[in-house]
Design a protein around this ligand. Sequence first.
Ligand SMILES: Nc1ncnc2c1ncn2[C@@H]1O[C@H](COP(=O)(O)OP(=O)(O)OP(=O)(O)O)[C@@H](O)[C@H]1O
Ligand SMILES: [Mg+2]
Length: 597
Amino acid sequence: MARNKFDVDEKLESPFNIAHLKRAFVYIKRQRNKMIPALVLSATGSVAGLFGPKIMQWTIDNAIPEKNLRLLLWLFIAYIGVTLLNVAFNTVRSRLMSLSAQNIIHDIRGDLFAHLQRLPFSYYDSRPAGKILVRIINYVNSVSDMLSNSLVNMILEILNVLFIIGFMFATSPKMALVTVAGLPVFILVIFLIKPRQRRSWQEASNKNSNYNAYLAESIDGVKVTQLFARQEVNIGIVKRLSEACRRTWLKAIYISNCVWFSSEMLTQIVLTALYVVAVYFMGGGKIAEIGLVVAMGNYLSRFWQPITNLANIYNNFVNNIAYLERIFETMDEPVDIADAPDAAALPALRGGVSFQDVTFSYEPGINILEHLNLEVTPGENIALVGPTGAGKTTVVNLISRFYNLNDGAILLDGEYDIGKATLHSLRSQMGIMLQDSFVFAGTIRDNIRYGRLDATDEEIEEAAKAVRAHDFIMQTEKGYDTEVGERGSGLSGGQRQLLTFARTLVSNPKILILDEATSSIDTKTERLLQEGIRNLTAGRTSFIIAHRLSTIKNCDRILYIGNKQILESGSHEELMEKRGYYYQLYTAQARDQGMAV
Ligand SMILES: Nc1ncnc2c1ncn2[C@@H]1O[C@H](COP(=O)(O)OP(=O)(O)OP(=O)(O)O)[C@@H](O)[C@H]1O
Ligand SMILES: [Mg+2]
């Protein structure tokens, strides 16, 4: 699996792909009851606004020369009327569009998060959290604006252009032709710049994503940074990443500005041409009405405005298509670990687990486990021991299907293949305590209740008592209602471990998995805990991983994992007698402890 890091640009799979836009239509369509009225309102408002120059023309060419006060008054009222209509309609439209944009953000965020929650461990193994955050926060905001405002504005501006062309031709076909003549040049410029512009915005967004990834990691690891006095080095890295953002951003802006520059230049050139034509008409004896020239000049400036806007919207599209790609790429990330089409819910399990010729690797070609076979009877207490990195955690993670097997199968109660069971029915019967105890921000009670929201306060307290967490919880300021910070800040390492232990218990699992559940707890508390654990594991299948061998001595069976295999299996006494790997491990530890005492 390819791993991405803060200093590696992410790859975008496809070039500009209209399919992304089509797909985005799903979100747009849901807002049609707001977007269509918005469109109609603003189109009407625009047409009304376009009568403005006409009214001016009539005023200058008819009402004033004829000294027709009545007409002047009516034209004045009409002018105010159309302007008001234009403003009012656009205000309502603004409101409708903000609503649509927020709804789209809300929908995409929801879908993205739901998908992220289902993505397997391997997805998170392979990319920095910061880059995932950027997708949910920045990209979604940016894209939703494009999907709502830009899209409606685009249609509107196209209509505007058509309306204005209509009004111009109705006013003076010759002058209209002069104005429209500049259009092909402008379109040509845009199409020449377009590919470079797209690439430059992608590069900028890549650099920004890298910067975010590093930032997120640095905030997470700030304590280690300060511990090793590495601040200067990190500041240097951030400077470099930030500089890359600045450079690519400026380049992208520069290229985008070329579009703006071209449109400004063209406006001026065409305006000059228009006046030249007007003078020519006047010089030719056919005195063009001044009102007509004023109206045309006005239409002209209005004509280039939507064209410039269209160019900007186009810019916006180019930027955002890259983001849209990222968002859909995330949504398309396969949920490798999902219910099979014919998945069935598991019944209540008895707790038998069998590994049948299981081979597994995280990265292709590097097997962590090979042809592993194991039979565990319901209610059996299994301990897994072995050197660091041997694959103990991997074995227990496979039972809950956090990763798919390369080969072989894992059966529960001798008949249910975990690959064919629904994930919910599988995991809800497992109680897993991960090696890294993760505590969420919130109260102690909420943390213990995390896996079973309907657990009563009594059950929570019972679990906490069983793992000897109750005493320290009662010593905190508000007991079970004490708030802990993100990642459990405010608690000691051992206390965090006890909390996660209680959390695992509350879910009342059929199969209990404890991965180094007591590694951070002092020996005295651990000894007390042992009794609790014995009660808990009685009659329940359990897998206990521990480096401190004294804690697993009494398990029904001890498995020594090494060399991608189970190298030894048996009770403590049997393995000691065998004088193999376990014996060596145990005697070495006993000796060390003997010396320490
Ligand atoms: N997400 C992962 N991606 C790739 N390789 C991994 C991943 N997790 C673990 N490994 C590798 O798999 C091997 C087994 O890891 P595992 O965590 O199962 O070891 P362990 O026996 O639990 O070790 P420890 O006693 O230190 O907890 C290690 O060599 C490790 O480098
Ligand atoms: Mg481990």
